[in-house]
Design a protein around this ligand. Sequence first.
Ligand code: 1HE
Length: 277
Amino acid sequence: MTPAFRTLSNRGEGPPADLLAGLDLLRVTRHGAVLHLRLHRPDKRNALSDRLIAQLHTAFLHLPEDVRAVVLSGEGDHFCAGLDLSELVERDTAAAVAHSRGWHAAFEAIQFGRVPVIALLHGAVVGGGLELAAACHLRVAEPSARFALPEGQRGLFVGGGGSVRLPRLMGTARMADMMLTGRVFDAAEAERHGIVNYLADAGEGLARALALAERVAGNAPMTAFAVMHALPRIAEQAPSEGLFTESLMSALAAATPEAQARLQAFLQGKAAKAVAT
Ligand code: 1HE
């Protein structure tokens, strides 16, 4: 494990018991090894204020040691209305760069944190809200979800990593369309375009996301590490380097006691099959 990995897991000390509970813009619920975090500014449609971004950053840096997956959702009728526009008005250029870099740090703590994160999306998933969803590892959408990048209408550009992450999900041309024309995708379109992984019926999203998270939480930690940290980097490498990195990661994962135990369980007929036969 790299020191960063160890730091993020807070090994040894663990977060102060009340650290997550003290974050007033997030609601925290435990479901076994799964932590459910809800953005909690429903009166402002969960718009991402500086304080909410800071609290998200804090939460993902200090997940309890025994958490193995996170579900991230929004309180009220919407997942997230994006950047809190009321805070933008007074910001000068230097402060705007620092602000964007702050979002990058917070969302990197999600994407390159310790455990996979499943975003549960409904209502508005717009602007920075879509950027936040893109930093998660899986996305589940209810039928009410609407995806948009109103930055174009507001005279802005994405600043929360959207120009890096969203083209990798939906393609550059589709993202340019959303930003230039204000095009809105519904949940089914978003699934077709690779923005979301799963569609859930109305009111069923949380159960679906929790079930997926439980499954994810059952994986070996080294597999989660490899998928979260190695896979996206390998995908950016030239094929020759990617194949080499893959071999190293593959050997590291296979050598863990947990992988050895799982292989033995399969060979002894005690493990689930990969597909129904
Ligand atoms: C907000 C925000 C916000 C709502 N910042 N206060 N994002 C946007 O351009 C989206 C702007 N919001 C909307 O289009 C709509 O609010 C929604 C479609 C999300 C929801 O509509 P609705 O009818 O349910 O709510 P509402 O009546 O519009 O808003 C309720 C309150 O939330 C109201 O405040 P109030 O004090 O008058 O009650 C709104 O002002 C407030 N509110 N959204 C601040 N975004 C790092 S770069 C990222 C760049 C971006 O994200 S740009 C996209 C910004």
